[in-house]
Write a protein that binds this ligand. Structure first.
Ligand SMILES: Nc1ncnc2c1ncn2[C@@H]1O[C@H](COP(=O)(O)OP(=O)(O)OP(=O)(O)O)[C@@H](O)[C@H]1O
Length: 325
């Protein structure tokens, strides 16, 4: 359970854009007896890149599928650009693009033929479609493979094409369920670049990912879900402040252990008498005096590490679990 006061965690909701492009309110969904969504709230602001994070089984895919119209909610409301979306239907979602977790392409068709099919399904035809396909192939760096069958593509190429197929109709909002799963780091970087470009052109992005390090670098805001509820949201900085705080853990590795009597300023690691740990709220003020104290106690420093809290720290603090268990 979160150790932080919920009122504090939710502080950012109060300053939320009153006109989000996508808003999910009080969404509930059970699969038989199995609860998947238990009142989840979510709001995507115009032009932002929002990461939806949660442990396995937290309800992320169910939420994405409900927004996409592929899952009926038991209760709750989904609004896009101010209009309530009909449950369990693709209709009314012209401004939405969806990239599913599984690759949804025709392996026996070429890249171009796949884009033709998906563009037509989204209501794009003729010259406009030809122009969009040209753009998409260039965007995903597959122009030279346009006439090759998709069945022979690498995982990364399929992922890129899968994303291209979802944006041929220029949706204002793009949902991506783990768009980088199973791709090598180079392809992943290329996918993030593609998505950055889309965001730069004004698309609002909501994605689920298990890549915490990347989510914290790339996304504007983060929503953490657990047991079918959003339990925290905010920028990385605000999440850290709401949970683990601004403190940094300073670790000082000494050349030799210090005489215990000469030493009171920091905690000595129980397994390594040459390792000192000290949480510090103000590094500039506290670190120099600690180093001076070590020196006057006769110690010499081999190394100093400053541990900065990150999204993984926040995630474990809130859910009690690492992202993948
Ligand atoms: N079709 C289904 N039938 C029965 N239970 C389901 C179904 N889909 C999901 N669930 C259950 O609903 C809960 C939420 O699942 P969901 O796939 O939405 O979570 P998730 O956060 O996307 O998980 P992961 O990170 O593993 O993809 C889980 O307990 C899951 O077992």
């Amino acid at each position: 359970m979160p150790k932080v006061a919920q009122s504090k965690v939710w502080a950012d909701w109060e300053s939320m854009d009153q006109n989000p492009v996508l808003q999910v309110s009080g969404a509930f969904k059970n699969y038989g007896q199995q609860p998947a969504l238990c009142g989840v709230e979510l709001s995507l602001r115009r032009g932002e890149w929002l990461a939806l994070l949660g442990p396995n089984g937290a309800g992320k895919t169910t939420l994405i599928r409900a927004i996409a119209g592929r899952v009926f909610l038991d209760r709750g409301e989904i609004r896009m650009l101010g209009t309530e979306l009909e449950q369990g239907k693709g209709s009314g979602r012209d401004n939405l693009g969806v990239v599913p977790q599984e690759i949804a392409l025709y392996p026996t068709l070429t890249a171009r033929e796949n884009l033709n099919v998906f563009g037509s399904l989204h209501g794009v035809h003729g010259k406009t479609l030809a122009e969009r396909i040209r753009w998409a192939l260039d965007w995903v760096a597959l122009t030279e493979r346009a006439n090759d069958r998709v069945g022979g593509f690498s995982g990364g190429m399929k992922r890129r094409l899968n994303i291209a197929a979802a944006v041929l109709h220029r949706p204002e909002v793009l949902l991506l369920d783990e768009p980088t799963v199973g791709v090598d780091p180079q392809s992943r970087e290329r996918i993030w670049d593609m998505l950055r470009q889309l965001q730069g052109e004004g698309t609002s992005l909501l994605l689920t990912t298990h890549q915490l390090d990347e989510a914290q670098q790339i996304c504007d805001r983060i929503v953490i879900v657990d047991h079918g509820k959003a339990i925290a949201e905010g920028t990385l900085e605000s999440l850290i402040e709401q949970t683990v705080g601004r403190e940094r853990m300073v670790e000082i590795q000494l050349e030799h252990k210090l005489d215990a009597h000469a030493w009171q300023a920091a905690v000595i690691d129980p397994d390594d008498a040459t390792l000192l740990r000290q949480p510090m709220a103000d590094l500039a003020a506290e670190l120099p005096s600690l180093l001076a104290e070590i020196q006057s106690a006769g110690g010499s420093v081999r190394d100093v590490h400053i541990r900065v809290p990150n999204l993984q720290t926040v995630f474990i603090h809130l859910t009690g679990r690492a992202l993948r268990e």
